[in-house]
Design a protein around this ligand. Structure first.
Ligand code: P61
Length: 457
C-alpha cells in the first residue's frame, strides 16, 4: 500500500474553536499584531511550536498513574535511567525540568570568560546559556545551510573546515566542548549526517575536546540518515540512534520534542567528575538527583515516550507528513526552505512577499495574515526575532533570512488539518500583492519577538 496513514487511532479528543474573520481581526488588533499575545482558545490550528505540544499515548497516561512519587530512589527514575542508558549508552543520566535547565547546568560548569563553544547552529536558549556563562557561542553551519532554495540531504551539518580553523586559532584549552544540534532547528530543521557526526567527533577528540549532542530531535534525525545516507537503508532505527550517540561524550535533551511529553529534559554524560559537578548544581537548583525538577509521573511518561519514538511506522509517518506539506507548497509555487525538515516547514517570506522590505517585517506580515485568513498560528523567525534597530541612530540591521515557521505538534493534527493549512497558504499566495508590511510601535529591551507590538502599514 502506498498511502501513509497516522499510525494510531484516537481515544480522547479536544475540541478546537472556530472564529470568524471579524473576531480574529479584533483579537489580533488587541494583541498588537503579535501572535504570542493571543489566547490559545482563539486559535484553530496551533503551529507555533512542536515543543511540549505532543499528544501522549494511552501507555504514557497509564504511566502517569503508575508514577512513583518517592522523593528519593523513585522506581520511575530507575525506568527513566534504564531507557535512556539503553538508547544513548551514556553512563550518567541527570533529569532536568526541560532542555534549557540541562544547558544551564552544563555551561555553568564548562563555560566562562574566554571560552568558546562551537555548534552547527546554537538554538536560542543554548546560545543564551553559553553567553550567560560569559563564554562565546560560535555557529559553524555548512555554507549550503544558508541557501533556502537549495535542495541537499544534510544541510544541518557542521562546517568541519571552519571548526578546525577555530580549534587551531583558539587552541583546545579555550574550547571546553563542541556541540551538534540534531536536527538543526535554527537552520530549518535540517538533519546532520552520520558521517558529519563521526568526523566532528574525530576532529574534536584528536584535540582532546568532548563532543555533546543537543538531542531534542534525535529520532527524526536518525530517520533522515536511514532515508538519505548510503549504508543505512536496511539498518534498524535503534542501531542508527545508538551509532549517533556512540560518537558523543554526552548530550542535552529537551524531552518536549522527541520524548513525546509536555515537560521534561535531561543531561547525560560519560565523565564521572562532570556528572558529580552537575548533580551538585542539580540538587541546589532543580531537585534531588532521582527527580531533578520533575514529578515521578513525568519520568515515567518520558521513558515510555522514548520507547515509542523509535517505532519506524511512527517516524515514517512523521517525516512524510512534513514532506507532504512541503512538497504541496513547492508545487503551488510557495517558496520554502528546501528540502522540508523534520518538525517544521519554513516559508521564505522574503521570496513570498518581495515587495515588503526586511525593515517592514515580511515574516510578521505573513504570519498575521495566516492567522486572519485561517485561524492558524505560526511563528516569525526573521528580523523581528533576530534583527535589531539601534535605539540611538535608528539604523536597522536585518536577520539572515525572513522565515515563517509552521511547526507540527506530534500526533496532534490529522491529514485533513494539514490540507486545511495548505489551502489557507495557497489562497494567501494567490493574493500576496495585497499584503502590507508592519512597523514596531513598542518593543522591550530583550527578546522582543515575545512581546513587541506592531501596526500594519
Ligand atoms: C522550539 F521561541 N525549542 O523550537 P526547552 N535545543 C533546541 C530546541 O529546539 C529547544 C531547546 C534546546 C523550542 C521551544 C522554544 O524562544 C524559544 O525544553 C534545538 O524549551 O528548554 C527548544 O528546550 C530548549 C521556542 C524555546 C522559542 C525558546 O519551539
Amino acid at each position: 500500500m502506498k498511502t501513509i496513514i497516522e499510525p494510531f487511532k484516537i481515544k480522547t479528543v479536544e475540541p478546537i474553536r472556530f472564529t470568524t474573520r471579524e473576531e480574529r481581526e479584533r483579537v489580533l488588533t488587541e494583541a498588537g499584531y503579535n501572535l504570542f499575545n493571543i489566547h490559545s482558545d482563539d486559535v484553530l490550528i496551533d503551529l507555533l511550536t512542536d515543543s511540549g505540544t505532543a499528544a501522549m499515548s494511552a501507555k504514557q497516561w497509564a504511566g502517569i498513574m503508575e508514577g512513583d512519587e518517592a522523593y528519593a530512589g523513585s522506581r520511575s527514575f530507575y525506568r527513566f535511567e534504564r531507557v535512556i542508558k539503553e538508547i544513548t549508552g551514556f553512563r550518567h543520566i541527570i533529569p532536568t525540568h526541560q532542555g534549557r535547565a540541562a544547558e544551564r547546568i552544563l555551561f555553568g560548569i564548562v563555560g566562562g570568560e574566554g571560552k568558546s563553544i562551537p555548534n552547527n547552529t546554537h538554538f536560542d536558549t543554548t546560545r543564551a546559556n553559553v553567553e550567560m556563562s560569559r563564554a562565546e557561542a560560535v555557529d559553524l553551519p555548512v555554507p549550503e545551510g544558508h541557501i533556502p532554495s537549495l535542495v541537499a540531504d544534510f544541510k544541518g551539518n557542521m562546517d568541519l573546515k571552519a571548526l578546525e580553523a577555530l580549534i587551531l586559532r583558539l587552541g583546545p584549552a579555550r574550547i571546553p566542548l563542541c556541540m551538534l544540534t540534531v536536527t538543526n532547528n535554527s537552520n530549518g530543521g535540517q538533519p546532520v549526517s552520520m558521517e558529519n557526526i563521526r568526523r566532528t567527533a574525530e576532529l574534536c577528540h584528536a584535540h582532546g575536546i568532548p563532543l555533546f549532542l543537543d538531542a531534542c530531535r534525535f529520532a527524526e534525525n536518525a530517520y533522515f540518515i536511514k532515508l538519505r545516507e548510503a549504508g543505512y537503508k536496511d539498518r534498524p532505527i535503534k542501531e542508527i540512534v545508538a551509532e549517533m550517540f556512540s560518537y558523543a561524550d554526552g548530550c542535552t535533551m529537551s524531552a518536549k520534542k522527541d520524548a513525546l511529553v509536555n515537560i521534561g529534559g535531561f543531561l547525560a554524560v560519560n565523565d564521572d567528575a562532570l556528572a558529580q559537578k552537575a548533580r551538585n548544581i542539580l540538587v541546589v537548583t532543580e531537585g534531588f538527583p532521582t527527580y531533578g525538577g520533575l514529578a515521578g509521573h513525568d519520568l515515567e511518561a518520558i521513558a515510555q515516550g522514548l520507547e515509542e519514538i523509535l517505532d519506524e511506522h511512527y517516524l515514517k509517518y512523521r517525516i512524510r507528513m512534513v514532506a507532504y506539506a512541503g512538497n504541496h507548497l513547492t508545487r503551488t509555487g510557495v517558496p520554502i526552505v528546501q528540502p522540508p525538515g523534520g518538525h517544521a516547514i519554513y516559508i521564505d517570506a522574503k521570496a513570498f512577499l518581495p515587495h515588503i522590505p526586511p525593515h517592514q517585517y515580511p515574516g510578521q506580515a505573513l504570519a498575521c495574515e495566516i492567522y486572519l485568513h485561517g485561524g492558524i498560528r505560526t511563528c516569525e523567525i526573521g528580523s523581528v526575532m533576530f534583527g535589531k534597530t539601534d535605539p540611538g541612530s535608528g539604523e536597522f540591521r536585518a536577520a539572515n533570512m525572513e522565515l515563517v515557521r509552521l511547526a507540527f505538534p506530534r500526533r496532534v493534527y490529522t491529514q485533513s488539518h494539514m490540507d486545511y493549512v495548505l489551502e489557507c497558504i495557497r489562497e494567501i499566495f494567490e493574493k500576496r500583492e495585497a499584503l502590507r508590511g508592519m512597523k514596531i510601535v513598542w518593543e522591550p529591551e530583550v527578546l522582543r519577538h515575545f512581546t513587541a507590538r506592531f501596526k500594519p502599514l
